[in-house]
Design a protein around this ligand. Structure first.
Ligand SMILES: NC(=O)c1ccc[n+]([C@@H]2O[C@H](COP(=O)([O-])OP(=O)(O)OC[C@H]3O[C@@H](n4cnc5c(N)ncnc54)[C@H](OP(=O)(O)O)[C@@H]3O)[C@@H](O)[C@H]2O)c1
Length: 302
């Protein structure tokens, strides 16, 4: 099969021909129709996870996928060949990735049925960013009428945080440059925008919650009211953001079946900025690296 992979540390990431994986016990094999790019893929491609996670070469990039179950391993219940599915590759090692024609995934976590009305493109964009967004909004414990700043609102996670926070009744201030970015976040429901390239302190004050999906933590703490919540997908532990006046809530996305089902059932779909073919996956990665308005999807099969 074709897969976006590298064969050893230091080797270039390329579209390569590798063996089709077999599903192990408790796994299904998915014929991938669409996948999308996340920051995690850049970290893997750049070798930042060397020594952090086991690498089983060839290492195929890709966390998010949507497709159709084409083989079922031993001990699997609830899924059958032909099911439309989507989710996130969550294995403890690097090797099996979704930027490929096939991927094997456990049914226990990171897999859910994809309703017929949700396209493979949307499903392939939804898993990791959507789980992070839902988990971040849940961690914030928003109440109606609170004022929140979404820093990184133009990204895949941020788009959905804006929508979910608006659904929760919050008044959302979204970071965006003037022009297209501003129009995008406003269309998602942001009541106000703040240009993060022009210093936030003069534009935003005393919000109840900051969603830290991008940007400088110290600058963002400066616009959070005393007692406010600082919800971050970027830090792993509260002490990474020193403050005595605020509650720091690190978020690590958990793509449980319940979360994925909720994402699929919600009208708040991801914004897909561009779809690339599998052969153009390196361009997709470069596009994501340069900054996006929403998700970058790789179409693997129609
Ligand atoms: N903890 C977890 O489980 C988890 C899960 C998913 C994602 N993440 C992390 O969460 C972050 C957001 O993910 P994502 O997929 O949405 O990434 P993304 O698509 O790269 O979005 C980040 C957005 O922030 C914008 N941005 C850059 N610098 C900014 C600044 N100083 N202030 C405000 N906005 C800025 C970027 O646009 P421009 O560059 O064009 O300005 C981009 O639109 C990433 O760091 C990712 O690694 C964590």
């Amino acid at each position: 099969m074709r897969a976006v992979a590298f064969t050893e540390f230091g080797a270039a990431v390329a579209v390569r021909e590798i063996a089709v994986p077999e599903p192990g016990e408790g796994e299904v094999r998915v014929r991938v129709h669409a996948a999308s790019i996340n920051g995690f893929d850049l970290a893997v491609a750049n070798g930042y996870l060397q020594g952090v996670m086991e690498h089983r070469f060839p290492v195929v990039l890709g966390k998010d996928f949507a497709g159709v179950v084409d083989a079922v391993g031993a001990g699997v219940g609830g899924y059958a060949v032909g099911d439309r599915v989507f989710g996130v590759v969550t294995k403890a090692f690097l090797g099996d990735g979704s930027l490929a024609e096939f991927v094997t995934v456990p049914v226990a976590i990171g897999l859910a049925k994809l309703p017929d009305e949700v396209s493979f493109t949307d499903g392939g964009a939804l898993g990791l960013a959507g789980s992070a967004a839902r988990d971040a909004v849940a961690a914030a414990g928003l109440t109606a009428g609170e004022r929140v700043l979404v820093s990184g609102a133009t990204g895949g996670v941020g788009n959905l945080v804006v929508r979910l926070a608006v659904q929760a009744g919050a008044t959302v201030i979204a970071t965006a440059r003037p022009g297209e970015e501003q129009e995008l976040v406003t269309s998602l429901g942001a009541a106000e925008t703040a240009d993060h390239t022009a210093g936030l302190a003069g534009q935003v004050k005393d919000v109840d919650v900051v969603f830290h999906l991008a940007g400088d933590a110290a600058e963002l703490l400066g616009v959070l009211r005393a007692g406010g919540r600082f919800v971050s997908t970027l830090v792993g532990a509260p002490d990474q953001v020193p403050t005595e006046e605020h509650t720091v809530l690190p978020v690590r996305a958990q793509p449980t079946a319940a979360t994925l089902d909720a994402l699929a059932a919600d009208d708040a779909r991801p914004v897909v900025e561009k779809v690339y073919p599998l052969e153009g996956a390196l361009d997709a990665i470069a596009h994501f690296t340069a900054g996006t308005k929403g998700k970058i999807v790789v179409s693997v099969a129609e």
